[in-house]
Design a binder for this molecule. Structure first.
Ligand code: IPD
Length: 269
């Protein structure tokens, strides 16, 4: 079943909206922790599962031959060449604590290339959407990255995964980066952090080890807003840790200078 990037974006936004409504309603009823994953602090709530089930159902109702990769469930293999990458609640810890920065993230890949994405706020009513060749929007209005900020004046967003060894390594790199930039922010949702680079409410984002469901939709938003996104080889030495693990987002024309800073700070191999 063929569909253009803009049609896939529209599906991503529609299912993302419905999922965000469910996530908000479930938060009002009280959040239950159902399980933990990579560490005792990496929680899965009942809402993570219910929202992901809804996303999967809605996508397959419309596109039964597509594949799905989701944070909380098994991979679903389809035959169409389109794969959806979904995070029902990016920013689960914020969701648990009643904080604002959490979002549903829905991306579509065609033949291995990300072509559409939507990031829909749960705690705050904001919607980012993009499709390759069709630009990026926030709440329906076109967005673009902040014009390149001098390297020492960049506001850098970051986040931390849940493994203690990775946190220790990343925080040592951030301690070296901090004196070289305007400041560092940690809001708690990688998808929203990258969208903040896309709409100019940040100059860059870096994190060791976030997963494709955390960043795929936002990467499309960023690229369509004039940004550059990459997953680069890092210096973290840990058994089973992927060689390419440092996720970086900046305005396209600020990429080389920021990557240079990350290398000096010890993030990059
Ligand atoms: C997490 C958030 C966080 C980032 C972590 C992610 P989750 O996603 O995006 O900001 O720093 O790497 O795992 O667990 O809330 O879906």
């Amino acid at each position: 079943m063929s569909a253009g990037p803009d049609e896939l974006r529209d599906i991503a936004l529609a299912v993302g909206r419905e999922a965000a409504v469910l996530a908000r309603a479930m938060r009002e009823e009280g959040v239950d922790v159902a399980d933990t994953k990579s560490s005792g602090t990496d929680v899965v709530t009942r809402a993570d599962r219910a929202v992901e089930d809804l996303l999967r159902r809605r996508i397959l109702e419309q596109r039964p031959d597509d594949s799905i990769l989701g944070e909380e469930g098994d991979d679903h293999a389809g035959t169409s060449g389109v794969r959806w990458i979904v995070d029902p609640i990016d920013g689960t810890v914020n969701y648990l604590y009643g904080l604002r920065d959490c979002a549903v993230s829905v991306a579509a890949e065609r033949d291995g290339e990300l072509v559409a994405g939507a990031v829909v706020g749960i705690g705050a009513p904001v919607e980012y959407a993009a499709a390759t060749g069709h630009g990026a929007t926030r709440d329906g209005q076109p967005i673009s990255v902040r014009p390149d900020t001098p390297v020492g004046q960049r506001l850098v967003h970051t986040g931390f995964g849940y493994r203690a060894e990775v946190r220790a390594h990343q925080s040592a790199c951030l301690a070296r980066l901090l004196p070289q930039v305007r400041d560092i922010r940690r809001f708690g949702s990688a998808a929203l952090d990258i969208c903040h680079v896309a709409d100019g409410s940040g100059d860059a984002y870096v994190e060791e080890g976030p997963m494709p469901w955390d960043w795929s939709a936002a990467a499309v938003v960023l690229r369509e807003a004039g940004g550059r996104f990459g997953v680069l080889p890092g210096t973290m030495a840990l058994e089973g840790w992927p060689a390419e693990s440092v996720v970086v987002a900046t305005p396209a024309d600020g990429w080389d200078a920021f990557v240079g800073l990350l290398r000096e700070a010890g993030f990059l191999a």
